[in-house]
Design a binder for this molecule. Structure first.
Ligand code: HEC
Ligand code: HEC
Ligand code: HEC
Ligand code: HEC
Length: 500
């Protein structure tokens, strides 16, 4: 080919085409540069604070003035319209859906009321209304300690700063009622100085220490799950002072935590029918998630529960934390090309299959409790029962570990199935031993399965008067809660903020 200068000499129009094309390209490059600068300015503008507040400011609306996009989405966790096959934010009475739970938790608060978790904006309202916290009115106290508030509110780290951590946990639940009033929020996960993610709950830091790990050296991606691990984990209340503790000293698998609890002879309660020393699993979503493929491929909770969204050309993190199934386009489909219906079917298939085994295990444990009750009735000795009660404890711990972790059957279906199968093993052991004890006491028939087809029937079977509990609760909600709110509003007027 001839050099370009010769070409232009021969055909001058080629020069003009080149000239105009250059002008057009330069023009668009300029436009692009100016748009980038504008976006930068916008971004800076969006993050220029308009109000200065303290590090432990508990009121989300105050932080929200600086970050309206995140705040507006965060407020939408109030929404209760989404129901997936097993989860979602819509109200769901779990005892009504599955009355066997009432028998499994006989003698413990969960048999009174247990509901599907809703969004973070419901945390305070729900803990006040749930029958498990009782009705501390007319000088009565709650059956629960202050520790129960720990995963509900950014008022908690504020109070811990004021009174000390151990001091905060001590005492009965109603004592902090007028202090803890703001729903889970910004101060729980963010440093007010720079909006970096931060851990505000000492129990998680101590849990890491107990495994000889330092939480201050984790990666940014790890922080995107550790902020959730402040609450969505297994924990217990240790000792007299009800000190919130994660049982991770030996590790975070179901067996390691069980070994930890066994070595301390810890129990949450004594089962009212079988007399077994029971453990209540909380919601080990963080621990189980770690064993699944998405964790192994480096995902964090925020990747599916807080995806990026776009608003007015701004990309930011969606603070409407919810079931990802209500938002498949922004979550799963960022990585998977499959249709929505197929991804949904993938999730439901895993959940259905885990549920199938879980239901079988539940029935076995109900039978074990009832048969143990029969053995006591016929005069079984402590000695005869000791081993059996440990089997029941272990079977139910393993069942609850999966049942209480609402995301487990998707987060890690294989580990979930494994844990349930070891639970079935323990339940079968208990029942074989029970058959022998019953036979030795002269009883050779099948102990009838109780009539527990509805929640009411099941609660009647375990001897629970729910009507009384409900009317006491109503009185508490009418008389005590408004006082808490008034006191809190007065206190909050004294918090210092500065408009910039
Ligand atoms: C449960 C924890 C949690 C809570 C509560 C929370 N955030 Fe966030 N926030 C995150 C995570 C996770 C990110 C993503 C951080 C990253 O990847 O660097 C984030 C990011 C942000 C960012 C950085 C910009 C962006 O959108 O990615 C801002 C600003 C922010 N949050 C503001 C808020 C405000 C305001 C509140 C209270 C209304 C709040 N956050 C409550 C976890 C939380
Ligand atoms: C301070 C404690 C705390 C932190 C931190 C926290 N959660 Fe929660 N979360 C809760 C509580 C309590 C509920 C149940 C609220 C209710 O039902 O009233 C909940 C509910 C949920 C739900 C159910 C919502 C629905 O609509 O179905 C999801 C999903 C969830 N959290 C995910 C997360 C993720 C992901 C993170 C981290 C980015 C996180 N949470 C951080 C305490 C916390
Ligand atoms: C790969 C995506 C993904 C990641 C990552 C992920 N989850 Fe989930 N999570 C899901 C799906 C899907 C469900 C099932 C939702 C349903 O059934 O509606 C779920 C369910 C949940 C639920 C119950 C939701 C409800 O509506 O009650 C909680 C709580 C939860 N996850 C917490 C977490 C925590 C904590 C982490 C990190 C340790 C995490 N998830 C990581 C996809 C994910
Ligand atoms: C950030 C990327 C990312 C997101 C978001 C994501 N996934 Fe995945 N997913 C992966 C990777 C990576 C794997 C592992 C596949 C591999 O390595 O071959 C995987 C595996 C899977 C598998 C097969 C795992 C198994 O059980 O064998 C399913 C099913 C799946 N994802 C569904 C979902 C669903 C549903 C969502 C949304 C709730 C989702 N994923 C969100 C990246 C993602």
């Amino acid at each position: 080919m001839k050099p370009i200068t010769d070409q232009i000499k021969e055909k001058p129009w080629k020069g003009w085409v080149l000239f105009i094309a250059t002008i057009i390209i330069v023009f668009f490059l300029g436009l692009l540069a100016s748009s980038i600068i504008e976006r930068r300015a916008e971004a800076v503008f969006a993050y220029t604070p308009t109000v200065e507040h303290s590090q432990w400011e508990p009121r989300n609306e105050v932080w929200g003035e600086n970050f309206p996009r995140q705040y507006n989405r965060f407020l939408q966790t109030k929404d209760t319209s989404f129901k997936s096959k097993y989860n979602g934010s819509a109200p769901r009475d779990m005892l009504e859906e599955d009355p066997r739970l009432v028998v499994l938790w006989a003698g413990y608060g969960f048999s009174k009321e247990y509901n599907q978790g809703k969004g973070h904006e419901h945390a305070i309202d729900d803990i006040r209304k749930i029958l498990r916290t009782g009705a501390p009115v007319d000088g009565k106290t709650s059956p629960m300690p202050n520790t129960c508030w720990t995963c509900k509110s950014p008022d908690v780290p504020r109070r811990m700063q004021e009174v000390g951590v151990a001091e905060f946990y001590k005492g009965s639940w109603e004592e902090e009622g007028h202090q803890i009033v703001n729903n889970i929020g910004c101060a729980d996960c963010h440093d007010a100085q720079n909006m970096n993610l931060r851990i505000s709950r000492p129990a998680l830091v101590e849990g890491y220490q107990s495994m000889n790990m330092d939480i201050n050296t984790v990666s940014h991606q790890d922080m995107r799950k550790l902020v959730c691990a402040q609450c969505h984990v297994e924990y217990y209340f240790k000792g007299e002072g009800n000190y919130l503790t994660f049982p991770w000293e030996e590790g975070t698998s179901v067996e390691e935590m069980e070994a930890y609890y066994d070595s301390y002879d810890f129990k949450d309660w004594t089962h009212s029918i079988s007399k077994a020393p029971m453990l209540k699993a909380q919601h080990p979503d963080f621990e189980i998630f770690q064993t699944g493929i998405h964790a192994q491929r480096g995902l964090a909770c925020a990747d599916c529960h807080m995806p990026y969204i776009n608003e007015g050309g701004q990309k930011f993190t969606d603070h409407k934390i919810q079931s990802p199934l209500n938002n498949i386009a922004n979550t799963c489909q960022v990585c998977h090309r499959e249709e929505t219906s197929e991804l949904l079917a993938n999730v439901y298939e895993r959940q259905d299959k885990i549920k199938e085994t879980r239901d079988e295990l539940e029935k076995e444990i109900v039978r074990a409790h009832v048969e143990a009750g029969k053995a006591w009735e016929l005069g079984a000795t402590e000695n005869q029962m000791e081993d059996i009660l440990m089997d029941i404890r272990h079977a139910q711990w393993r069942w609850d570990y999966i049942a209480a972790s609402h995301g487990a059957s998707f987060h890690s279906p294989i580990e979930s199935a494994r844990v349930l199968s070891t639970g079935l093993d323990a339940a079968h052991d208990a029942r074989i031993k029970l058959a022998r004890v019953l036979a030795s006491l002269g009883f050779n028939e099948e102990v009838p399965y109780p009539n527990i087809v509805t929640k009411e029937k099941a609660q009647e079977f375990i001897g629970l008067d729910v009507e009384k509990l409900n009317s006491e609760k109503e009185k508490f909600m009418e008389e005590v809660v408004p006082e808490w709110d008034t006191k809190a509003a007065e206190r909050e007027k004294t918090y210092k903020t500065k408009n910039l």
